[in-house]
Design a protein around this ligand. Structure first.
Ligand SMILES: *Cc1c(COP(=O)(O)O)cnc(C)c1O
Length: 376
């Protein structure tokens, strides 16, 4: 990290969480100006963001379109599931190995999309053979949804094989790439995925406020009128951007959009997704290696571990996460509780404006804590 950057950093703790995450001072700074939504400059910037998202996704502009949507990532997921017909003509298969896959199932229940859930262990990736076998015995399946990086554990699901296999069977595909897009290279053209969803506050390193969907326009075109929600109608949202030169439908989070444009610029300056992936991977490798040396056990095997977030088991029966959390918070780091259902765990995020030197400072503190627990 540049020295000026370090000096400019406020005294607020670093967020070692998977979004909201620690953003740069320069991303935060652009939010100090108020902007109107009808402004031509703002509409132009919105169009610029949409084009850049396609570039980041390696998505051909003739086949794909980026649709931005107010709200957190879940809003983008729900709007995408709203594109699915709510009658017996469609059945959605959801491959689940964590809380975010489970959330898609809950959304499908709420909005009345017929669905089948294929559940995997939280510490195992979604398995292509099992999904293929399942689809073979359920020819009624028309749509398939999976999470790329399950933030529940930090596991990475093999979308590179899963999605093309589903596309071969003429199944419409949906990927929740919330916690990976911008931080792990994804080639939408190659995958030929129909809907890829992410949000402003994850690996692009913007602040929370909107989600976005990279949608196959040939697919999206066929979904007019499918949504039963007005504000979560992805088709209508898309048409507004297309028909009105980048105008958002309803009030948009202007400050957040400006911050996102700055975050995209900084992603480019860092060297693009490949370079950011490298930095996150270095953070993760350093974290895991040093935590193991300090006596902690990661939940995942390294081959399925993403660079996004790492889960560790509690080191002992007497370990108190709350004390540990407060100890680290007082010393400048916010970590994350665990979400794995079958064991006690906690998580440490590697994404955001975080560098290996930050990881070193963190693990030094953790080492001191485990060798002599400090009461906060
Ligand atoms: C963050 C995240 C979401 C969206 O969560 P929100 O709280 O709605 O932003 C969805 N899926 C995954 C995998 C995530 O990491």
């Amino acid at each position: 990290m540049k020295l000026e950057q370090q000096a400019a950093r406020s005294n607020a703790p670093l967020l070692l969480t998977p979004g909201p995450l620690t953003t740069s001072e320069s991303v935060k700074a652009v939010m100090m100006v108020d902007h109107g939504t009808w402004d031509d400059e703002y509409k132009k910037m919105t169009q610029h963001i949409r084009r850049q998202l396609l570039e980041l996704a390696s998505a051909e502009a003739s086949d794909f379109s980026a649709v931005l949507l107010q709200g957190s990532g879940t809003y983008g997921v729900e709007a995408t599931l709203e594109t699915i017909p709510k009658d017996s003509s469609a059945t959605l298969l959801i491959a689940i190995n964590g809380a975010y896959g489970q959330r898609m199932s809950e959304i499908a229940d709420r909005i009345g999309v017929k669905h089948l859930d294929l559940i995997f262990d939280e510490t195992e990736p979604v398995d292509l053979d099992k999904v293929s076998d399942f689809v073979t015995v359920h020819p009624e399946i028309t749509h398939f949804a999976v999470v790329h990086g399950e933030t529940t554990t930090g596991i990475l699901n093999p979308i590179e094989t899963l999605i093309p296999a589903m596309v071969d069977r003429n199944i419409v595909t949906i990927v929740d790439a919330m916690s990976t897009f911008g931080g792990i290279p994804i080639n939408v053209n190659q995958l030929n995925v129909d809907y890829l969803i992410s949000s402003s506050n994850k690996c692009v390193q913007g602040v929370p406020g909107f989600s976005f969907v990279i949608a196959n326009v040939h697919q999206l075109t066929q979904t007019a009128g499918n949504a039963r929600s007005l504000s979560l109608d992805l088709y209508d949202q898309w048409r507004c951007f297309e028909d009105h030169d980048g105008k958002w439908r309803f009030t948009s989070p202007t400050h957040v959009v400006y911050a996102f444009e700055q975050a995209l610029l900084e992603l480019k300056q860092e060297g693009g997704v490949a370079k950011r992936y490298q930095r996150y991977s270095e953070n993760e490798a350093r974290l895991r290696q040093r935590m193991v040396a300090a006596g902690f056990t990661p939940i995942l095997t390294p081959t399925v571990q993403s660079p996004v977030i790492t889960s560790f088991k509690y080191p002992s029966e007497s370990f108190r996460f709350r004390d540990f959390y407060l100890y680290l918070k007082e010393r400048g780091f916010i970590i994350y509780p665990g979400k794995v259902s079958k064991m006690n765990s906690f998580r440490i995020g590697n994404i955001g404006e975080i560098y290996p030197t930050d990881i070193d400072r963190l693990v030094d503190l953790i080492q001191a804590y485990v060798s002599e627990p400090v009461q906060s």
